[in-house]
Write a protein that binds this ligand. Structure first.
Ligand code: NAD
Ligand code: UDP
Length: 365
């Protein structure tokens, strides 16, 4: 398939680009016995390798990612630098390149910043989604995979979150609201346009890095999220972690989340894309998580084991807006997409550490 990957220079997009190219390469790969003797069987059924085009404005990523993707994949990846809120440029690209499908990652994602600058978040995230949708309508592209988030479940939905249980459209911050709104727009667009197929992928907490250690998460400034913060404490770039509250009603009093390896998440996009043409509903939501809840202290201990470094921490007050526990019921993705998260928390920590220790300043030389 010819796939447009918006935001493909970002954390999840870059890992997904590799997974898509890898999925193409696996086609017809011969299965060998343990001694290296060929069995004459092939691993997968024939499928077309994917051709990838990335659009990114680098508002939250580095051009250095592109060279690493080319090196890791050995493939040519087309790239265009522009802001997707510019509808004319978006349309021109769709008219110049005949895409079969779009994976739409591009968006701003910092919860705290979205509270301070809601106008920026509503404009960037919704205008760029509308540009893509309108360009698809204009050029007859009808398959889309969208990066949604577990944040759409709001604060009253019981755990584990199920796709249809208590979706109250009540995200607690402007970032989350943009996901709720874009999900609604996509539902309406898919229902109004026969032949449209949309997968709304609700990610839980993506962490980890590609096993090569060459691409990973590279947040600008002080990380907001637990894993990149812990990783920077382990390298000595930050002095200590502040645990945001230890008086929750959880196994050890600290917040619990459903962490999943970014490479598993990337694989979820490959499966969702493959499944789109078989999807019954015009638009369908899928949770991508492990179904396991890990506490902050468990994560700190796992990272200490993986890195061999001390992770000094202090306990501070709860962070405003935080939930005690959030984790997925991932049954739908397993039964309908044939996807399951496979990597353990220890693997997530080991891969993050490989990336962080080999690239202590991320993509900055
Ligand atoms: P990221 O910031 O690393 O990647 C997003 C990419 O989109 C960046 O490269 C950025 O430069 C680009 N971008 C943003 N606005 C753009 C625009 N208007 N035009 C062109 N490019 C633009 O973030 P990520 O962690 O890879 O997340 C990808 C998507 O997944 C986002 O939509 C995010 O909201 C969603 N998501 C992320 C998480 C998470 O924890 N990382 C969880 C749930 C959902
Ligand atoms: N957390 C923490 N210290 C930090 C960052 C996060 O204790 O510096 C906690 C946070 O309160 C939550 C968990 O780690 O319980 C995961 O937070 P993150 O921001 O990574 O994900 P989210 O809360 O958005 O799911």
């Amino acid at each position: 398939m010819r796939v447009l990957v918006t935001g493909g220079a970002g954390y999840i997009g870059s890992h997904t680009v590799l997974a898509l190219l890898e999925a193409g390469r696996e086609v017809g790969r011969e299965v060998a016995h343990a001694d290296g003797q060929k069995t004459g069987q092939t691993e997968r059924q024939a499928a077309e390798p994917h051709e990838i085009t990335i659009v990114d404005s680098f508002v939250n990523s580095s051009p250095a990612v592109l060279a690493r993707l080319a090196e890791l994949s050995g493939c040519e990846i087309k790239f265009h630098e522009f802001d997707l809120t510019d509808y004319q440029k978006t349309l021109e690209l769709f008219q110049a390149e005949p895409f079969d499908a779009v994976i739409h990652f591009a968006g701003l994602k910092a919860v705290g910043e979205s509270v301070e600058k809601p106008d920026l978040y509503y404009h960037n995230n919704i205008a760029s989604a509308l540009s893509v949708i309108n360009a698809m309508l204009k050029t007859g592209v009808n398959k889309l995979v969208f990066s949604s988030s577990a944040t759409v479940y709001g604060e009253h939905t019981p755990v584990p979150y199920k796709e249809d249980s208590g979706y109250h459209l009540e995200a607690t911050n402007p970032y989350g609201q943009t996901k709720v709104i874009i999900e609604r727009i996509l539902n309406d667009a898919a229902n109004a346009n026969p032949g449209w197929k949309v997968a709304l992928l609700r990610y839980f907490n993506p962490v980890g890095a590609h096993e090569s250690g060459h691409i990973g998460e590279d947040p600008l400034g002080i990380p907001n999220n637990l894993m990149p913060y812990v990783a920077q404490v382990a390298t000595g770039r930050r002095e200590q972690l502040t645990v945001h509250g230890d008086d929750y009603d959880t196994k050890d009093g600290t917040g619990e989340r459903d962490y999943l390896h970014v490479s598993d998440l990337a694989q979820g996009h490959v499966k969702a894309l493959d499944h789109l043409e078989h999807q019954q509903e015009p638009a369908r939501a899928y949770n991508l998580g492990t179904g396991q809840a890990t506490s902050v202290l468990e994560m700190v201990e796992a990272f200490r084991r993986a890195s061999g470094q001390a992770i000094p921490f202090t306990v501070g007050p709860r962070r405003a807006g935080d939930l005690a526990t959030a984790y997925a019921d991932p049954t739908r993705a397993a039964t309908e997409l044939g996807w399951r998260a496979e990597k353990t928390v220890d693997e997530m920590c080991a891969d993050t550490w490989r990336w962080q220790s080999q690239n202590p300043k991320g993509y900055t030389p």
